[in-house]
Design a protein around this ligand. Structure first.
Ligand SMILES: O=C(O)/C=C/C(=O)CC(=O)C(=O)O
Length: 217
């Protein structure tokens, strides 16, 4: 019997799927390195334990699987019923046992992978709506997942570093951030500081006391 592989052969989608899958492997590796009793400790995200991060990453895979199902069937299947349902689910997830959390992270990733694998080539262009209300082609789910797994691997706070993340991921992440900031007047000061630093015109760096990066997602 032939091995089952992705039905899409579009080079851009194949590359994004690879980035998401490598990020998932990295996240799951950082999770495996954590002993059970470390999951209740704070993550690098304010107000979230590592258990919150793991629950969020698991539920994100389920939410993205719903978008892929939407693309496959044409039946609207939102990521989450509402922002409060999303927040409630993460709070609930953070109370799961370490074993259940590990299962959630792994099984949801496998499920998303199968949904991607089986999505017919012509359905990757189908429009779906994200939890932020953005209308995007289903192909964007691969990049959305890559962003979640690479960033939240660092947020686990057990040694994951931006320096370990692939350069193509970092470049695209910054393009996402600066793209969002350039459309938001309140974020222009941050954009200006970043541009000054990146072009070698600000020896003082980007941040500083009392200067917090504006939201980008
Ligand atoms: O990229 C977007 O428009 C939305 C992304 C998310 O909502 C990712 C999450 O924060 C999540 O799945 O909970």
């Amino acid at each position: 019997m032939a091995a089952r592989t992705d039905r899409t052969t579009d080079p851009a989608i194949v590359a994004d799927l690879l980035l998401a899958r490598r990020g998932t492997a990295y996240f799951l590796r950082k999770l495996k390195e954590l002993p059970d009793d470390a999951l209740g400790e704070p993550s690098l995200l304010p107000g979230w334990t590592r258990a919150h991060v793991v629950a969020h990453v698991g539920y994100n895979a389920r939410a993205l699987s719903r978008l892929v199902t939407w693309a496959a069937t044409g039946v609207e299947t939102p990521m989450y019923p509402s922002p409060s349902a999303r927040a409630h689910e993460i709070e609930f997830g953070a109370t799961l046992t370490p074993n259940a959390l590990r299962n959630l992270a792994e099984h949801s990733a496998v499920h998303l992978n199968v949904e991607w694998r089986d999505l017919p080539p012509d359905r990757w262009a189908a429009t779906v709506r994200t939890a932020q209300g953005r209308e995007v082609p289903a192909a964007e789910t691969a990049w959305m997942r890559a962003r979640e797994v690479w960033l939240h691997a660092v947020d686990l706070g057990n040694g994951g570093r931006f320096e370990d993340l692939p350069a193509d991921f970092l470049g695209r992440l910054l393009a996402d951030v600066t793209g969002t900031w350039s459309r938001r007047p309140d974020a222009v000061p941050a954009l200006a500081r970043l541009a000054a630093w990146a072009t070698g015109r600000s020896a003082g760096g980007v941040g500083g006391p009392g200067f917090t990066a504006p939201r980008w997602l």
